[in-house]
Design a protein around this ligand. Structure first.
Ligand code: TXA
Ligand code: MG
Length: 349
């Protein structure tokens, strides 16, 4: 299949581009498009054939459900059932934006889209291209992140092209995304609203709206019997081919431990790299260092993480040492992804 690549300026939307992409969605074909979190791989959410095509293009296990993207909050009640007040309160506070709500599904939503579950994930993105595409196609759009299963989510069109060229009908290139980490997923089917995947909307922000809220215990547990509730959070994800280790502790101790480890690798003839904050990056001169952004501007770190994970593979890095980035607001989400990428390999110094 030849993938059509359409460029668009999100600040000055060319309707003819949206129209062309919407035609593919209406025909049951797949279109990758930018959202404010990461690029999505979209298809008609009510068409089981389109969902099957999404799973095939990603190489994704079919029990891992898709998120349905809508353009108006009112659409939530067309897809979901028994929707609690907390859902509307959260929608009012954070939609359009980087938040996905899990509610009971209506019968019209095919099991192919929900991975066989009786619940459904719904998100109203804020990105103008995403919203224009949903509206123009007159469909709800099922869209996982537009990466091959297991790879980091795409934050630029070039990432999508790497993974999806020749596998889907169309890619809309709207430039780099804004946030760089996937949406916060909040489960509203239990007594207490529960975060199944941390994102830019953090626990404190959710609690401000709903009062009570919790983190899914499966996210942190070392005990493999307590599994994350979101199927996608159970899989190995984001991991670069090289071995990634996170070094945490006192700043100076971390720097000297990372340099020692790099020296050992170099002596052993291995290709080694460091992931460091802008504040500390200069300490690693002489080594291959990826500056992930400033701790004082934590959004930069979130935005750069996946691109760096991809570049490590491009450069065939064998050993990677990363600082820890437990920043105040997005730190939980950043560390959730980084720990997964590291297979939870952490050394405290
Ligand atoms: O920011 C995002 O959410 C991006 C953009 C494209 O919107 N999408 C995204 O989709 O990250 P995906 O498919 O890569 O991740 C969806 C996650 C998976 O971990 C999946 O298991 C979980 O949502 N999920 C979907 N439906 C669910 C449900 N009914 N119950 C529990 N988890 C669900
Ligand atoms: Mg994904």
């Amino acid at each position: 299949m030849i993938t059509e690549i359409l460029r668009i300026d999100p600040d000055d939307i060319d309707e003819s581009v949206i129209e062309r992409a919407a035609e593919y969605i209406k025909k049951g074909e797949l279109v990758a498009f930018p959202t404010e979190t990461v690029y999505g791989l979209g298809g008609d959410a009510m068409d089981p054939g389109a969902s099957k095509r999404i799973y095939a293009a990603k190489g994704r296990p079919s029990d891992n459900p898709l998120i349905i993207h809508i353009a108006e909050t009112d659409s939530l009640s067309e897809i979901g059932e028994d929707i609690p007040k907390a859902a509307y309160d959260l929608a009012e506070a954070f939609w359009p934006g980087p938040m996905t709500l899990i509610v009971k599904k209506k019968a019209i939503v095919p099991y192919e889209t929900t991975g066989g579950l009786d619940t459904v994930a719904v998100r109203l993105p804020s990105h103008p291209v995403a919203r224009a595409l949903i509206k123009k196609s007159e469909r709800f759009i099922a869209a996982p992140s537009a990466n091959t299963s297991g790879r980091p989510s795409p934050t630029k069109a070039s990432h999508v092209i790497e993974d999806m060229d020749g596998r889907i009908a169309c890619i809309i290139d709207g430039g780099a995304v804004d946030i760089g980490l996937e949406s916060t997923i909040i489960d509203l089917t239990e007594e207490v609203p529960t975060i199944l995947r941390p994102g830019a909307i953090n626990l404190a922000m959710v609690r401000e709206v709903t009062g009570e809220a919790a983190m899914d215990p499966g996210l942190k547990s070392e005990d493999e019997h307590i599994r994350p509730k979101a199927p996608g959070m159970r899989y190995r994800h984001y991991a670069p081919r090289g071995r990634l280790t996170i070094i945490e502790g006192d700043r100076q101790a971390v720097i000297s431990r990372i340099k020692d480890s790099c020296d050992e690798c170099k002596n052993a003839g291995q290709k080694v790299a460091v992931i460091a904050s802008s504040e500390t990056a200069k300490n690693y001169s002489g080594y291959r260092v990826f500056d992930i952004g400033a701790l004082s501007h934590e959004e930069e770190i979130a935005k750069n993480l996946y691109d760096i994970l991809r570049r490590l593979d491009e450069e065939d890095i064998e050993e990677i040492y990363s600082e820890s980035f437990n920043t105040p607001n997005v730190g939980t989400a950043i560390m959730n992804r980084l720990l997964k990428a590291a297979g939870h390999r952490v050394i405290s110094v």
